[in-house]
Design a binder for this molecule. Structure first.
Ligand code: SF4
Ligand code: FES
Length: 235
């Protein structure tokens, strides 16, 4: 079938402002949107620029706006959309566009680094595996599914209003270590989260949860951090 793709284009070396370019592509209903972008790039326009790597929903690099909704281009098929085979493809909102569909994710990863996304412990390293209980593993498991695609942070309206807000992805990563029984930096991690730029910036609007391609209950995880901060304050 013939599909129409209207794609956001912007080359800072040539364009003074963004524009949209239309392409016509032969596609099967089972083709991924990423397949269609590849067809355009490989067969029609090698200047079209976008990110992808794994093509299987693992690397998180091809989050885009597809017909006004944030999606992974490799996880959505042509038949998933009820738009008569017409597609509008745009870069993730919130972030600055570098070129066409590529945005600058440095602010996103800087916030990720800020929450110290690694195990911190003052206990001696065990000689064998560092075990958790099954219950503890299951509690943090949803956060382990995060592929850092930035969809949630891009969708979050709080992030648009407050550029200093850490955003759902960084807060989720913090959740993963705050509740990991092997991490002993819980106090300083909670202190880091205890502000409007931290977890209290979250107004539980659920947009992050709604767009997450890994179906992570992001809002609920953030609520667990809020609850623990309150519990600790009562002690
Ligand atoms: Fe992407 Fe979901 Fe992780 Fe947010 S929580 S970065 S939407 S995988
Ligand atoms: Fe890796 Fe889509 S290309 S998640």
């Amino acid at each position: 079938m013939r599909c129409t793709f209207i794609i956001h284009r912007y080359d800072p070396a040539a364009d003074t402002e963004p524009r949209y370019q239309e392409y016509s592509v032969d596609a099967e209903p089972t083709d991924k949107i990423l397949d269609c972008l590849n067809k355009i790039r490989w067969e029609q326009d090698p200047t079209l620029t976008y990110r992808y790597s794994c093509a299987h929903g693992i690397c998180g690099s091809d989050a885009l706006m597809i017909n006004g909704r944030i999606e992974l281009a490799c996880q959505k098929l042509v038949r998933d959309f009820k738009t008569g085979y017409n597609f509008v493809i745009e870069p993730l909102p919130l972030f600055n566009v570098i070129k066409d569909l590529i945005v600058d994710l440095n602010p996103f990863f800087n916030k990720h680094r800020y929450v110290r996304p690694y195990l911190i412990t003052d206990e001696d390293m065990p000689t064998t595996e560092w075990l958790q209980t099954r219950e503890n593993q299951e509690f943090v498991e949803p956060a382990l599914r995060c592929i850092l695609c930035a969809s949630c942070t891009s969708a979050c309206p709080i992030n648009r209003a407050n550029g200093n807000y850490l955003g759902p992805a960084a807060l989720l990563r913090s959740f993963r270590y705050i509740f990991d029984s092997r991490d002993t930096a819980t106090g300083s991690r909670l202190a880091q989260m205890d502000s409007e730029d931290g977890v209290w910036g979250c107004r539980s609007m659920w947009w992050c949860t709604d767009v997450c391609p890994k179906e992570i209950p992001v809002t609920k995880c953030l609520a667990q951090i809020k609850r623990l901060i309150k519990q600790e304050a009562k002690k």
